[in-house]
Every structure is written in C-alpha cells, then in structure tokens.
Design a protein around this ligand. Structure first.
Ligand SMILES: *Cc1c(COP(=O)(O)O)cnc(C)c1O
Length: 214
C-alpha cells in the first residue's frame, strides 16, 4: 500500500484549515477507499446511488456518505437509511421524496440546495429565483424530516480565476442572505482544480477527488 493517498489528504487539510474535506470517491476501487479510511478519514462523496450502496455494504459503518451528484426521486429510498448529507437537492419534488423516505426511516436527512452558478448549460442546480420560490412555499415549510444545512455549487470549468471567484461569490451572497434564518452552517464549494479559490471565497466544505487519488 502506498502512502500517497494519506499524504495528499494531509496536505489538502493543511492548506485549508477549519474547512471540512469530503473525499470524492466516485469511480474509485474498494482498496482505494480502504486506504482513505485507514488514514482516519470518514467523509466520502459519491454521485451514483448503486455505487454508493455497493460501497456502503462492503465498508465500515462509521463512514459518512455524501451524495454529491444528481439524484433521481426513484433512487432516494435506497440511500435514505444511511446517507449523511445530500449536496444536490435541485427541486421541491426531490425534497418531498427525501422527506417521505426519511420519515419511513424515522430520521431527519440533512441536505444542501444545489445552485447553478456556472456558465455551462449542462450543470444541474437551481437558479436564485427558484431557491427563493422553494424557501417561501408552504410545501417546503411543512416538511419535517429534512433539514437544510446550506448550499452547494460548482464553478465553471475555466482557467479564469476571476470568473470562478465571481461564481463562488454569487453563491456566498445567497448563503449569507439565508444563513441566520435557516441556521445554515455548510457552504459546499470547491473541487480539485478550484478549492483554494473556494476557500478564499468562504467555502466551509470542499469536495476533492482527483487531487487525493493522483
Ligand atoms: C467529481 C465531483 C467532484 C470532485 O472533482 P475532482 O475534480 O475530482 O476533485 C466534486 N464535486 C462534484 C459534484 C463532483 O461530481
């Protein structure tokens, strides 16, 4: 076993003091995840439900599983018993399904609203207006088995630090606006290529994959 994964994790954690690190383990093998676990790390990020289930069944039960990818309503029931934080809530319908499944499991599921902040058309997420609509809706206010913790967003894939910061700052503004009222504590932004910029812009949680496993 190489110690490269451990060293990478330690290096990233030193660079971003007091910011939570989610190691993005999607597409990575069980031995690689076991290596992350052996370093003492417990927060893993996955984007596919079936892959998350397979890994959940085979790995120790004290791992915190974060769902960071687009989630289909018909898949929510599989992760509802154990998911730690869903980063990718992008519709009221999805949220209502999560609430229903959380209720069946007699638990409260924490989640983040995913905002669309990038220029690319392809990335999922709510617009600022759609977020306001959900927050102000009676349907949202009646949900009892979900707890909003904050916001998640992905910046454009660009070399322009100016553009990336502009996008992260737009997310920070929305987060700051609602933080006190909803008692939020999580602003999930930053990946391998841009987590340093994200932390400069107020990120409290970074999701890093390739830089850990490289
Ligand atoms: C894959 C992924 C990441 C990690 O990306 P890296 O560039 O490998 O660090 C972070 N967030 C989301 C939503 C992802 O899908």
């Amino acid at each position: 076993m190489s110690h490269r994964i451990c060293e990478n994790i330690k290096q990233i954690e030193q660079e971003v003091e007091n910011v939570h690190l989610v190691v993005v383990s999607k597409y990575r093998s069980l031995p690689e995840l076991e290596e992350v676990y052996a370093c003492g790390h417990r927060n893993f990020g996955e984007n596919r439900v079936q892959e998350t289930l397979d890994k959940y069944e085979k790995l120790p039960k004290d791992i915190n599983w974060h769902i960071i990818g687009h989630l289909q309503t018909n898949k929510v029931k599989y992760i509802a018993p154990f998911v730690h934080l869903i980063h990718s809530v992008d519709s009221l319908k999805l949220l209502q399904t999560i609430d229903k499944e959380a209720q069946k499991n007699n638990r409260i599921i924490p989640f983040l609203f995913q905002l669309h902040i990038a220029q690319e058309e392809t990335k999922f997420g709510l617009s600022a207006e759609e977020l306001e609509d959900i927050l102000q809706s009676d349907d949202f206010k009646t949900l009892e088995n979900v707890k909003s913790q904050g916001l998640m967003g992905m910046a454009s894939l660009t070399d322009s630090a100016y553009q990336i910061k502009k996008e992260f700052n737009s997310l920070l503004m929305l987060y700051t606006k609602h933080k006190a009222l909803y008692n939020w504590d999580t602003l999930s932004m930053g990946m391998s290529s841009d987590y340093k910029l994200a932390v400069e812009c107020g990120s409290t949680m970074i999701r890093v994959g390739s830089k850990v496993f490289q």
